[in-house]
Design a protein around this ligand. Structure first.
Ligand SMILES: Cc1cc2nc3c(=O)[nH]c(=O)nc-3n(C[C@H](O)[C@H](O)[C@H](O)COP(=O)(O)O)c2cc1C
Length: 274
């Protein structure tokens, strides 16, 4: 089966599909010709679907996706610039959670949205491990604490040592500064031999966080966990990620105990205009 097909009855030979193809494997010889594929182009297609999505006439189909299978963009559903900016400014890292679990359906909706995040070469290799048993999340936090304890004697940065000591002492007095008592932990992992696995996972997690906020949920990056996840053997074993995978980020998730009412200040953008 060919990589893509063009419906000659619908195609207006406007060349837009050829113009947007990131791999430049769609060619249009002249204004009278239908677009066609560069010889051997299959090898370079990244299956991004731009040719299908950009055609105003629904004339293009990839072997993996038809125009009918790609939902139309409903402009009335797009947020205004002001609404989106406000959302981006209003999201906060949440560190106090209710015990109420998040339903599998809602977790699924978050992950289903995050899969639309961009990935290097459209690899779409962000995988997820979702922890939903508070006991297990707590056990993971305990392993991170063990890891921090092993790091303490070999850490030379005094500020880091003071921070680690405070985290361990909080843990010993029953306060979890690793997972913050969150009922869920969502771990993003990818094969480590991709071009940009860390960026892929971070962007997907950011999509997830923002969408979670619109669903009344709270999230917070689990940085200490992420740091330990690739280094602490017991934690590596507990995660049991697929072979060749590495954890590139994780967020705690749950219903927030408190709501934020204001947008805190942030540094001005640091820009070098050239
Ligand atoms: C990569 C990364 C790692 C983080 N790790 C932690 C963490 O381990 N624990 C925590 O409480 N917050 C963590 N945070 C949250 C930051 O502290 C938070 O984003 C920052 O203070 C700004 O607050 P805001 O997210 O509400 O704007 C992390 C954030 C990022 C981006």
């Amino acid at each position: 089966m060919s990589l893509f097909t063009i419906d000659p009855k619908k195609c207006k030979r406007d060349g837009i599909c050829a113009a947007v193809c990131p791999a430049q494997i769609i060619i249009q010889k002249d204004k009278k010709s239908f677009p066609s594929m560069l010889a051997g182009g299959e090898e370079f297609c990244i299956n991004c679907g731009h040719c299908v999505a950009v055609c105003p006439h629904g004339a293009m189909a990839l072997a993996t996706m038809t125009a009918e299978g790609c939902p139309p963009i409903d402009k009335s559903l797009l947020p205004t610039a002001l609404a989106l900016k406000h959302l981006l400014q209003a999201r906060r890292s949440v560190r106090q959670y209710k015990k109420t679990p998040v339903s599998r359906k809602l977790l699924m909706a978050l992950l289903d949205t995050a899969r639309f995040a961009p990935t290097g070469s459209n690899k779409q290799q962000v995988h997820w491990t979702v922890f939903s048993k508070p006991d297990e999340v707590h056990k993971l936090a305990a392993m991170v604490i063990d890891f921090i304890k092993t790091m303490l004697p070999v850490t030379t940065d005094e500020a880091a040592v003071r921070r680690f000591r405070r985290i361990v002492s909080a843990w010993e007095s029953g306060r979890d500064r690793i997972m913050r008592g969150a009922p869920h932990l969502i771990v993003a992992h990818s094969p480590s031999d991709l071009s940009f696995p860390a960026a892929d996972c971070a962007i997907a997690l950011t999509y997830l966080e923002l969408y979670a906020y619109t669903q009344g949920l709270g999230t917070c990056w689990a940085g200490y966990f992420t740091g330990a996840a690739g280094l602490h053997e017991p934690l590596i074993r507990a995660l049991s990620l697929p072979a060749g995978h590495q954890c590139y980020g994780a967020v705690m998730l749950g219903y927030p105990q408190y709501r934020y009412h204001r947008i805190p200040g942030r540094n001005e953008a640091q820009i070098n205009w050239r």
